[in-house]
Design a protein around this ligand. Structure first.
Ligand code: AMP
Ligand code: ZN
Length: 487
């Protein structure tokens, strides 16, 4: 078994990966709130944990990977205010909330499949675990860490913070938190301004609500992850992950809930991925700077110079370590696309190399370096640099500038199979991907013709083009920025 070193957000240290109960590893990752399309930033986080899942499995651990689906209880604001995100969308679209949940869960799965992410071992939903969440809230009240006010249950953060390090995960000072949170006014029913809800009383018009011993209500956002991780991985498991934006509130509150529930920290390692940014700003739906994966694949977005294949995008993400920010740009994607192609070509060349009797190369050392990179907090960026070294050696051998023995060639094949395919989850793209690039070019041309037809007031032709596209399964939408299309 390899000895791993991992950065633990909680201790802010790289520590030996000792506490893993080998060969079993429990890993919980906060999944999406399924009320809208996942954007590329979300994908970065899920791709990062896919790598961790793949590598742990590769080196021989049996991983139970739990990634939840938030389908109820995530309100618009982290301060337990605003509408439930899923319900709000359901009202807007005049749909049953579970129709929204189904639509975006399927979309999420499709997107991650395109990025070649493996499915988790268990994918539990908040709505499927209402009883578990109620039971946990009940125990937290019994243990004296939460209180009820008129059908809503609040976690008593001030009381908790007196006996525990509430902000351990972020290292922030609790006094600063108090200063940055608004004073309670006479309207507030909670006792302390940092208190958060475990269970929320539902108004009659609230769409998703359940009976409880405190009346009709719905769970708070944080309790679902404490309840589901405990149910499937036990009171203490190995790794808990998510994007770093979840650390200050969602994960801080999860730790408090777990300690209040059973007196234990939920996990040995907290792992947080850094953000995908656009011109230095976090990619986020609310900032309006987010790309949807299908826009990126088709190139159908004003900020994109062209479409990029899912593997080029995956490669682009993996060239940066998961704890560093990654800034999106067309230039960086085009460079990643070239780099990815270079490795694919080297792999193809490798299959045809002719072995020689002796070789000056040390391929065994190269393999060791690949493991060292991944053992050092899953450093995919350094791993990829070693794969480029492998490609250089392959190309030199092909150009007869160096020689490789049969053993070397077999070991290089093993390095590619293990690291390029299994661990990094990259794959050689098929014709289908190339044809989607061709389709983008054809669509640009067709939409340009339709625009011209409209300008010339030839509406028969422009309508004909639109109808023909619909017949071919392509939907188009005119907007301020031009015309968008999707299959
Ligand atoms: P959400 O559905 O917004 O709760 O997000 C799902 C996951 O994506 C969470 O783990 C977030 O931390 C993560 N996430 C959101 N925005 C970004 C971003 N720009 N870059 C990386 N991860 C993100
Ligand atoms: Zn969570």
């Amino acid at each position: 078994m390899q000895t791993l070193s991992i950065y633990n957000t909680l201790s802010r240290n790289k520590e030996l990966f000792k506490p893993l109960k080998a060969p079993h590893v429990g890993m919980y990752v906060c999944g999406p709130t399924v009320y809208s399309d996942v954007h590329l930033g979300n994908c970065r986080t899920f791709i990062s944990f896919d790598i961790i899942y793949r590598y742990l499995t590769h080196v021989g651990y049996k991983v139970r990977y739990v990634r939840n689906i938030t389908d109820a209880g995530h309100l618009e604001s982290d301060a337990d205010t605003g509408e439930d995100k899923v319900s709000k969308k359901a009202k807007l679209q005049q749909l049953e909330p579970m129709e929204i949940v189904q639509k975006y869960t399927v979309d999420f799965h499709n997107v991650l499949q395109q990025f070649n992410c493996l499915p988790p071992s268990i994918e539990p939903t908040a709505t499927g675990h209402i009883i578990e969440q109620q039971e946990m809230a009940k125990t937290i009240i019994e243990n004296g860490w939460a209180y009820e006010v008129d059908g809503t249950i609040y976690f008593d953060v001030e009381k908790f913070a007196k006996q525990n390090n509430y902000t351990a995960l972020t290292g922030r000072k609790i006094d600063e938190l108090f200063e940055n949170t608004r004073d309670l006014d006479g309207q507030d029913e909670k006792r302390g301004r940092l208190d958060f809800a475990l269970w929320i009383k539902a108004k009659p018009e609230h769409l998703m609500q359940w009976p409880s011993k405190w009346g009709q209500g719905f769970p708070g956002w944080h309790i679902e992850c404490s309840a589901m991780s405990t149910k499937y991985l036990g009171e203490q498991f190995d790794i808990h992950g998510g994007g770093m934006d979840l650390a200050p509130t969602h994960h801080t509150n999860e730790i408090a809930q777990n300690i209040a529930y059973c007196g234990k920290q939920p996990c040995n390692y907290w792992m947080h991925t850094n953000m995908l940014t656009v011109s230095g700003q976090k990619m986020s739906k609310s900032l309006g700077n987010s790309f949807l994966p299908h826009e990126l694949f088709s190139g159908n977005h004003p900020l994109l110079q062209k479409g990029y294949s899912p593997m080029a995008v995956r490669f682009f993400m993996l060239q940066t370590h998961y704890r560093s920010t990654l800034d999106f740009s067309n230039e960086a994607l085009q460079a990643a696309e070239k780099g990815f192609e270079r490795l694919v070509e080297a792999y193809k060349t490798l299959q045809q190399l002719i072995a020689q009797n002796s070789s000056p190369e040390n391929i065994a050392e190269l393999e060791k370096q690949c493991y060292n990179a991944m053992n050092d907090d899953f450093n995919t960026s350094v791993l990829i640099a070693h794969l480029f070294d492998a490609a250089r050696i392959i190309n030199s051998a092909n150009d007869k500038k160096t020689t490789l023995t049969t053993t070397d060639i077999e070991l290089l094949k093993k390095i590619f199979n293990h690291f390029f395919f299994d661990v990094l989850g990259l794959k050689i793209e098929t014709e289908k991907n190339r044809s989607s690039e061709a389709l983008t070019k054809v669509m640009d041309y067709v939409l340009e013709m339709r625009k011209k037809a409209k300008e010339e007031k030839n509406f028969a032709l422009s309508d004909n083009i639109r109808d023909s596209l619909i017949n071919a399964g392509i939907q188009i939408k005119d907007g301020k920025e031009g015309t968008n299309w999707k299959i």
